[in-house]
Each structure stands twice: as structure tokens, then as C-alpha cells.
Design a protein around this ligand. Structure first.
Ligand code: SF4
Ligand SMILES: [Zn+2]
Length: 313
């Protein structure tokens, strides 16, 4: 039986996302096969929605409410209800990610924001940029010749600089978060998008890191400058990668063998959730049956989903 017939037998259909963003092309950069399972076949492991993701999503949701609504007791009730809907009061999570801890994190974050204010120039939103005319990076006809999108947390002004803000929830208390966050395909993409939105190269990005575990809550804000030349080079690399993806899809949409595996990614920075399929039997019937049985279909759309897998556990 051909590979296509096997995929069809198990209801697995290759399709490209409508728009390319970091989640898709950044994953393709890490491991092409992983991107194929998750975004081309659109399959998510049944156990994918872990506490780590829920924790990050919940914080993003309450931060969004706090930034958009007036700061009244009713808004606090609304935030409480978001927390209660998403997180348990008690759990055996070893990092203590329960509703009460999220309330404490939110409280500390509000105080932090009051003590060191930022101006929100554009609130959280998704954006798709099609650059095909002169721009801050390519002063030539055709510009970057790139379409790329993403969901920015906010575009803010802080210490006189304008840039994208990225809220990162984590359980790890890294001593040097700046080193940990760079270089990053995601951040470079955010800077590229922001620069096209504001019409000039923005100097870099701002990360607000929220460390929260059983013993510690630590909030910090860090700037990460990105040179204009770096972002121009990023756009070239991104264009080449997208071209490769289109070529792979056109010629090998039904054949995973042409989407290269990267064994260096299987266990680090965290275990790949497709190991059971990818590193199992050579019998493709077995492999696709397992993929169907252990996953569900979810087509990634960053314009609809408020938060993606951004947690740095
Ligand atoms: S198991 Fe390894 S090679 Fe396979 S998809 Fe995951 S990261 Fe890639
Ligand atoms: Zn451009």
C-alpha cells in the first residue's frame, strides 16, 4: 500500500497552514518531521495540553483582561473566574501551579507594573505582514518578499524605546534570562513584524519574565537589542525556509521521509511528544494507526488561539 493510501486509511490529511508563523516555521527549523506531524498533518498528542501550557495560557488571559478592562472590583471578579475555570485549587504538580499561586502571581505582577510602568501602544493582537515593497530592511522594489505572521503580546514603549513585549511564564529561576532567550527565531520574527507595523526598524524586544514555583515568584523585564542587519538576514533565511516548505509540500506532502528528522531535538530542550510515532516501527501502517490513535486533529491558527506553546520549562 502506498504511503498516501495509508494516510488516507487513517484519515490523516496533509495541509499547509493558511499563514506561516514562528510556531510552524520555527518548529520546521528545529525538526522538519515534527513540523510535518504537528502542522502539516495537524495532529496534536492527546496529552499535549499540559499544566505548563494551561498555566501560561491562563496568565496571558488574565493579563489581557487586566489591560483591556477598567481596574474595578468587577474586573477582579472576572479574573478570579478565569483562574478558577482553568486551574485547580489543589494539585500534586511539583511546581505548585494551582489557582491560589496564580492569584499571587497576578497580584505581584500588578504591583510590578505599577512600580515600573510601560505604555501599551498596541494591545495584544495577531498580525500578518506581507512585505513586497520598500521597507525598513530592504529599500528596493519587492522589499523583503516575505509573508509572515504572529500573535504579539503587545507593542510597548519602555525607557524611551518602542518594541514588542513578550510575556514568558516559567517555573525555572534562570540567573541570566537574556542569554536564555536568545538567539531566537521567535523574537527576531516579532521585531520584523513590529518594524513593518511602525514603519521603522525597532531596536529590539522586551521580555517580561514571570518565574513562579512553590518557593519563588520573581518578575523581571529585560531588553534584547537586535541589529537591523540581523533582522534583514533573518528575513532572508525565513524566505528560504518557507520556499523549502512549499517545495516539500508540493513534492512530498504524502511522504514523511522527505521531512527530515533531527535526532538532536528528540529529548532537548524537552522530550518530543511524537517519539512514539516517529521512532517506532518501520511498518508505516502501524505508525499511522498509532498517530491517529494517540493524537487528535487541530489545525494551528495563531489568529484564533490566544496563546501557543511558549513555556520555558
Ligand atoms: S522524535 Fe525526534 S526526529 Fe522525531 S519528530 Fe520528534 S524531534 Fe523530530
Ligand atoms: Zn520588509
Amino acid at each position: 500500500m502506498s504511503n498516501r493510501a495509508l494516510l488516507e486509511k487513517y484519515g490523516l490529511e496533509p495541509r499547509l497552514p493558511d499563514h506561516f508563523d514562528h510556531t510552524f516555521t520555527g518548529t520546521h527549523g528545529e525538526c522538519e518531521r515534527l513540523a510535518y506531524y504537528q502542522f502539516v498533518l495537524g495532529r496534536i498528542p492527546s496529552y499535549f495540553d499540559t499544566i505548563a501550557l494551561t498555566w501560561g495560557k491562563t496568565f496571558h488571559a488574565i493579563a489581557e483582561v487586566w489591560q483591556k478592562e477598567p481596574h474595578t472590583p468587577e474586573t477582579v471578579v472576572m479574573i478570579d473566574s478565569v483562574i478558577d475555570t482553568n486551574l485547580p485549587e489543589e494539585s500534586d504538580d511539583r511546581y505548585g501551579r494551582v489557582a491560589g499561586r496564580m492569584r499571587q502571581l497576578f497580584h505581584d505582577w500588578v504591583i510590578y507594573r505599577k512600580g515600573d510602568t510601560i505604555d501599551i501602544i498596541r494591545p495584544e493582537q495577531s498580525a500578518v505582514i506581507l512585505c513586497n515593497s520598500p521597507c525598513p530592511y530592504n529599500d528596493i522594489e519587492g522589499g523583503c518578499q516575505l509573508e509572515y505572521g504572529g500573535r504579539l503580546d503587545d507593542i510597548v514603549r519602555w525607557q524611551g524605546q518602542i518594541g514588542p513585549l513578550d510575556l514568558k511564564t516559567t517555573v525555572m529561576n534562570y540567573t541570566d534570562p537574556v542569554t536564555q532567550f536568545r538567539p531566537s527565531h521567535q523574537m527576531e520574527g516579532y521585531v520584523w513584524i513590529t518594524s513593518h507595523l511602525i514603519g521603522e526598524h525597532c531596536w529590539g524586544s522586551i521580555v517580561e519574565q514571570l518565574v513562579c514555583n512553590k518557593s519563588t515568584i520573581k518578575i523581571g523585564r529585560y531588553t534584547m537589542p537586535y541589529a537591523k542587519d540581523l533582522i534583514r538576514e533573518w528575513a532572508i533565511q525565513e524566505r528560504i525556509r518557507q520556499g523549502r516548505i512549499h517545495e516539500q509540500f508540493q513534492n512530498h506532502a504524502w511522504d514523511e521521509q522527505h521531512w527530515l528528522q533531527n535526532f538532536g531535538r528528540c529529548w532537548s530542550p524537552y522530550p518530543c511528544t511524537y517519539r512514539d510515532t516517529c521512532l517506532s516501527s518501520r511498518d508505516m501502517d502501524f505508525r499511522y494507526k498509532r498517530l491517529r490513535d494517540h493524537t487528535y486533529e487541530r489545525r494551528w491558527d495563531f489568529q484564533k488561539i490566544t496563546d501557543g506553546p511558549k513555556e520555558n520549562v
